[in-house]
Design a protein around this ligand. Structure first.
Ligand code: IPD
Ligand code: CA
Ligand code: CA
Ligand code: CA
Length: 279
């Protein structure tokens, strides 16, 4: 089997599994959901997060026993290097939305080979939209191919930004964030990084800016965004480390550059702070 043929097959399998998992989530609406706290009152996990993660891991291990999995709820593998094939898996991205709103949550699957994104899928379960791609073949929403992103200016852009980062916090000087929120055309916050990244790929949003995400949150989204010519770095402009928590600034290249220039000026000339992510 040729290389591209292999990724085509992985994409087909992942597409089937993500759709089966989405159906399990929709079916669960009629059941009582068991909700627990993890680190705090706003860090939720449900029986469905665990069930979907175990379901997908079962399928991946059965078909691809030599692949490794990094996933949120602890059923994946211990992975300390990007070598080989790694699946970055978030069984429910937007658990709080799943619990409170029964919408705006997604399943996110990104497959990497030696640190290079090969296959990405984000299933916006209630909207019924599947964002998906194979590296080099373009990105799609369902059957429709997504166009390459075009450059935009801040004042004609909608930016996904979380109020946490505009208000007082230790990760970024709010004075860096506020002018961005003020000068853009509008801000949005959907509570699901995966859908926000899918929206960037689709041009529904123009940039997404957040100070802390984990590999399973952005694994699939970054592959989709690269496929449509978008740009993704940490908030200080440095490259994203696939195996760690990162801040993230993602958008069309022109807007990404405009925001990076703003951040660099604020840090360099005016002494404002931006935290380096924990090692
Ligand atoms: C969360 C969502 C949220 C983001 C958090 C993530 P989860 O993922 O993506 O939008 O702000 O940082 O942890 O916990 O619902 O999978
Ligand atoms: Ca979580
Ligand atoms: Ca997540
Ligand atoms: Ca999750």
């Amino acid at each position: 089997m040729g290389k591209q043929q292999y990724w085509l097959q992985v994409h087909e399998k992942a597409k089937q599994w993500i759709q089966e998992a989405a159906q399990l989530l929709k079916d669960s609406f009629k059941d009582q959901i068991d909700v627990q706290f993890k680190s705090s009152y706003d860090d939720l996990v449900t029986n469905m997060d665990k069930k979907i993660e175990q379901y997908l891991i079962g399928r991946i291990h059965e078909h691809y026993p030599d692949h490794r999995i990094i996933s949120e709820e602890g059923f994946g593998d211990e992975v300390s290097s990007a070598d080989g094939i790694i699946w970055l898996l978030d069984p429910i991205d937007g658990t709080m939305n799943f619990v409170h709103q029964q919408r705006h949550f997604a399943i996110s699957i990104g497959v990497y080979e030696n640190g290079i994104g090969r296959v990405g899928l984000i299933n916006d379960v209630v909207a019924g939209d599947l964002y998906h791609c194979i590296k080099g073949e373009g990105a799609y929403i369902n059957e429709q191919k997504l166009p390459q992103l075009r450059d935009k200016k801040l004042n004609e852009s909608i930016i996904a930004i979380n109020a946490t980062w505009i208000n007082d916090n230790k990760r970024i000087d709010p004075e860096i964030m506020r002018p961005i929120a003020r000068q853009c055309r509008g801000t949005r916050s959907y509570g699901t990084a995966a859908i926000e990244l899918a929206y960037i790929a689709a041009g529904t949003l123009d940039a997404y800016f957040t100070m802390r995400l984990s590999p399973w949150d952005y694994g699939a989204g970054l592959i989709l965004i690269e496929e449509v010519g978008g740009k993704a770095t940490r908030a200080d402009g440095d490259p994203i480390d696939l195996l760690k928590q990162n801040s993230l600034l993602v958008g069309n290249p022109g807007l990404h550059q405009e925001i990076i220039n703003h951040i660099k000026t604020e840090i360099g000339d005016k002494g404002k702070f931006i935290e380096k992510p924990a090692e």
